[in-house]
Write a protein that binds this ligand. Structure first.
Ligand code: PBG
Length: 329
């Protein structure tokens, strides 16, 4: 007795595999994170993120033009701020002429159709390296949400299309939405980091922005009181649903690869686009293994990105966006 149904028929050639392939990546899937610094002609390498750079505004301009030519049409901006400008309340984040505000304008001038999203959290501006205001060993929730709302308005006024709060304070999506509405910024979208886990995979990013929590008395050493416990699943659904109810246009799961079960559950639950952030530590692992010759870089990158999309990602924020385009040939 031979099998009548032979699944291998649909795998017999590259042509048939292409015909029945369920998940394909395109440049449209990607949101490109970019790190911005002060200065001129700066393109600084980041030790733990090989081939990724901090760019000064002139190089940012070149970079977004190149991304646009490659077919990449959305960027997510982060800034590295001088220590002298940091304080507990992230005051510099509200500077209308701050680095983020100028970066937004730079991108929009260079490439008006490029969709600009901005990270909204205090950590790059915080003298303590926390996403919120620190008081007596705690991260203040409601006071932080107010600052995040002002920050969002400031980014929107500078020309951001979407603000992306990555802080995990409770109720901040509603606070931000209301602040935007009050200012008549009705078309500014919100991409909420909804299920953002307290993860060790953010290490290289904190190197990139010099934004790690500082080691001084009465300042929490980690972000466990606001970012989610990675052991939890139901909580991710609750967080996401709440962000949607508060006005999030897009929700996000972060990190990527270790959390694809969460991505699928959320994708099955919600009616808004789901973004996934393949974070800095995930990038670093692949680069390190590839450098040692232990993994085939491009093959692993494609497999991981496809898995993220297969799990339910409508949008992938990834440091591999340009690597992916290169694989298209
Ligand atoms: C800041 C922020 C972080 C990341 C995105 N926004 C770091 C953190 O929460 O500590 C991580 C991104 C990455 O690791 O690539 N709120």
């Amino acid at each position: 007795m031979y099998p009548l149904i032979r699944n291998r028929r649909l795998r017999a050639s590259e042509s048939v595999r292409r015909l029945v392939r369920e998940t394909t990546l395109t440049p449209d899937d990607f949101l490109v994170p970019l790190f911005v610094v002060e200065g001129k002609g700066v393109k600084e390498g980041i030790a733990s993120m090989p081939n990724y750079f901090r760019l000064s505004l002139d190089n940012l301009e070149k970079e977004v033009k190149e991304l646009w030519k490659m077919g990449l049409c959305s960027v997510l901006l982060f800034v590295k701020v001088d220590d002298k400008l940091k304080d507990n309340k992230g005051t510099e984040a509200l500077n209308p002429n701050g680095l983020m505000q100028r970066a937004i304008k730079t991108v929009k001038n260079a490439c008006p159709q490029m969709l600009v999203m901005t990270d909204v959290a205090l950590d790059p501006f915080s003298s303590y390296g926390h996403d919120g205001i620190v008081a007596e060993g705690q991260i203040l929730n409601d006071e932080t949400a107010e600052v995040l709302a002002e920050m969002s308005v400031s980014h929107a006024k500078a020309g951001a299309d979407f603000v992306a709060p990555s802080d995990m304070m409770d109720g901040r999506i509603l606070t931000i939405r209301e602040a935007l509405e009050d200012e008549g910024l009705i078309n500014t979208g919100i991409m909420a980091y909804s299920a953002k886990y307290a993860s060790a995979f953010y290490g290289p990013f904190r190197d990139a922005l010099d934004s790690a929590p500082v080691d001084i008395a009465n300042v929490p050493k980690d972000k466990n009181t606001y970012q989610m416990d990675y052991a939890n699943r139901h909580e991710a659904i609750k967080e996401t649903q709440m962000d949607i109810d508060e006005g999030a246009d897009i929700v996000m799961v972060k990190p990527g690869l270790c959390y694809l079960d969460i991505v699928r559950e959320i994708k099955n639950e919600v009616e808004v686009p789901v973004a996934v952030y393949q974070v800095s530590g995930e990038y670093a692992m692949v680069k390190a293994a590839a450098e040692k010759g232990w993994l085939d870089h491009d093959a692993v990158v494609l497999e991981q990105l496809t898995a993220i999309k297969r799990a339910g990602a409508d949008i992938i924020a990834s440091y591999f966006a340009k690597d992916f385009i290169r694989t298209l040939g």
